[in-house]
Design a protein around this ligand. Structure first.
Ligand code: F6R
Length: 614
């Protein structure tokens, strides 16, 4: 949420910062701004409401040449999206400029104190306090004070989360950045340095990066960098290498990132399984679990923690874990767990699921689990992300960068990894080698089966076109496909702004069915599984009340085509793995409805990728 990119070196900063903003735009896109200090020490400070394109247009009329600066693309928390509330924010004398991600929880108190001291605020944001706190600290420290000392002093007063980048007119050729609970990484080039909230902004410039940890500051000049903690002590940091290629950040011929990412499902499945299937033993090879096998054999309860789409993956994970391993499991919103954790002990395992690895609620939930001495396992896509680094054990998805704000390929990958983990736990307990093999064998077939569904995209598009003008939908499913119904509804509402509700099919009769009319269609996820007959009864109930029904069903099912109005097919698969396939038609359905409705699919209103504030 929000993106920061900053640069110091020998090149012109403007094109680097603008390119970085475009790469980070998926993290927030309601306003953007830039502060570059030119060769004469003048500042070009420009901000605008709207997208990065608007900022680029403004800058085209006011070209600036300078070799260091900071830039920001915002997802508003405090204060409406406007030029005045856009970052970077300045101090009273326009000397200090700050871009901030996160939330300053004690901003009202700090602002009141600073105003009493005579500071004049120009925005409604919480973030502006940084600029005035640094201004005040520079005043205390006098001529001997460095910018980094002033930033350290300012940070002592701040409660909450921040990733910040700071430049000052009075301290040329220096960039100071700092983090607490909001991601920030340094990019190390040859006599040039970058700092960004996300590696996607750095990949074109350097693969050598340093992840800042909480309460660390980076001091960057054209000649070098230093990382120190807020007590001014240098901290030795390891340079890590980014993987992936800049092409991963392109649409690759598709109209939208979301479409590209849905079509990546077969490769995503191959990547999730690569090197992890021990077919002969009927188990999975998951190094993190293997290394802690002893400790994990004593686990008697699992809590999956996550938000949004990842939460729905966790709901399916609970069923998988209980069926294959017999370990009682529950799935909780990380945001609830953090403030209302259930009684916990060392035989409980917390599994945090997060595509970005930066979701503030999930990260804080992991920290809460650690406060209770509970072992934690992260299932995370973004390598090196905060949750991946903080959790005790980790399994990466290796799904590649997910740029579309609506999560698609990550969900599929999460389900595949969860099924591997459930097989692993099962084999540690009572799961037979034969049953383990059956699941692994079917997992290996899934990439082809996903390809088959995707080859039918045109038919799903035709159906979506027919339904694009309906304003309300139910999505229903049972057992393993209840989470898929929830996910199908979420996809539709977030990218097409169509009202959609996901329910466990059995819950319909307890109230929601009152809404069903011919104008309120239902999508019923009903593959041929252990609850299929019950799903058929639910379809009859909807039809009897004049409701239209689109079913997701298994190929070859001749019965359902006679009952439902339309059917989207999936190849036959094991019940436990069926969500991996049933979700694909629903992703495509939502995508095509949004396309027909002319929506901004990759950047839906009010949303942003990677929710780094609570
Ligand atoms: C929905 C979506 C969100 C995320 C949620 C958690 O399409 O993308 O609901 O799933 O914000 O994000 P991660 O998985 O990054 O923790």
């Amino acid at each position: 949420m929000c993106g920061i990119i900053s640069y110091i070196g020998k090149q012109d900063a403007l094109p680097i910062l603008l390119d970085g903003l475009y790469r980070l735009e998926y993290r927030g896109y309601d306003s953007a701004g830039i502060a570059i200090i030119d060769h004469d020490g003048n500042v070009c400070h420009m901000r605008t409401a709207g997208r990065v394109d608007e900022l680029a247009n403004l800058l085209a009329a006011h070209p600036v040449q300078g070799s260091f600066g900071i830039a920001h693309t915002r997802w508003a928390t405090h204060g409406a999206p406007s030029a005045a509330n856009a970052h970077p924010h300045a101090d009273c004398k326009n000397n200090v400029f700050v871009a901030h991600n996160g939330i300053v929880e004690n901003h009202a108190k700090l602002r009141a104190a600073l105003e009493r001291e005579g500071h004049i605020f120009a925005s409604e944001t919480d973030s502006e306090v940084f600029a005035h706190l640094i201004e005040r600290a520079l005043g205390f420290l006098g001529n001997a004070g460095t910018l980094e000392d002033a930033v350290s002093e300012a940070l002592r007063h701040v409660e909450g989360a921040y990733g910040i980048a700071v430049v000052s007119k009075k301290h040329p050729q220096k960039l100071v950045v700092a983090r607490r609970s909001s991601p920030l990484l340094l990019g190390i080039g040859d006599n040039e340095f970058f700092a960004a909230s996300d590696s996607s902004a750095l990949l074109r410039h350097t693969r050598r990066i340093i992840y800042l940890d909480d309460n660390e500051l980076g001091v960057l000049t054209p000649d070098g960098y230093e990382v120190r903690n807020i007590r001014h002590k240098p901290v030795p940091k390891q340079i890590e290498l980014l993987t992936g290629s800049p092409e991963d950040m392109e649409k690759g011929g598709y109209d939208h990132f979301m479409e590209k990412e849905i079509h990546e499902a077969p490769d995503v499945l191959r990547n999730a399984l690569r090197g992890r299937v021990l077919y002969e033993d009927g188990t999975a090879k998951l190094s993190a679990l293997d290394a802690s096998a002893d400790k994990l054999s004593r686990i008697n309860r699992i809590i999956f923690l996550s938000q949004g789409t990842s939460y729905y993956a966790g709901l399916a994970g609970k069923y998988m874990m209980e069926e294959l391993a017999g370990v009682p499991s529950e799935t909780l919103y990380a945001s609830e767990f953090r403030y209302a954790p259930p009684p916990l002990n060392e035989q409980t395992l917390v599994v945090a699921i997060s595509q970005s690895g930066e979701t503030a609620d999930t990260l804080e939930a992991v920290r809460e689990a650690h406060r209770h001495h509970v072992p934690t396992l992260a299932i995370v896509n973004v390598v090196g992300s905060s949750i991946a680094r903080e959790a005790g054990m980790g399994i990466y998805n290796y799904a590649g960068p997910e740029i579309g704000v609506a999560s698609t390929k990550a969900f599929i990958s999460q389900l595949a990894v969860l099924s591997l983990a459930a097989v692993w736990f099962g084999r540690q307990r009572n799961l037979s080698v034969l049953r383990g093999r059956e699941i692994l064998q079917e997992l290996r077939q899934l990439p082809h089966k996903a390809e088959k569904i995707l080859s039918n995209a045109a038919r799903i598009r035709a159906l979506a076109d027919e339904y694009a003008l309906y304003e309300n939908f139910f999505f229903l499913g049972r057992k393993y496909n209840w989470p898929v119904a929830l996910e199908g509804a979420l996809k539709l509402k977030e990218i097409s702004y169509t009202h959609a509700e996901g329910y466990a099919s059995g819950e319909m009769k307890h109230g929601p069915i009152a809404l069903v009319t011919s104008a309120f269609p239902s999508v019923v996820v009903a593959p041929s599984d252990s609850v299929y007959e019950k799903s058929v009864s639910n379809i009859h109930e909807l039809k009897a009340r004049g409701g239209k029904v689109i079913a997701v069903a298994t190929e070859g099912n001749t019965e359902i085509v006679k009952i439902a109005d339309h059917v989207m097919h999936i190849p036959r698969t094991q019940e436990i793995l069926s969500p991996i396939l049933t979700v694909i038609p629903l992703q495509l359905f939502a995508y095509f409805i949004a396309k027909k409705r002319g929506c901004d699919i990759d950047k839906p209103r009010n949303l942003a990728k990677s929710v780094t504030v609570e």
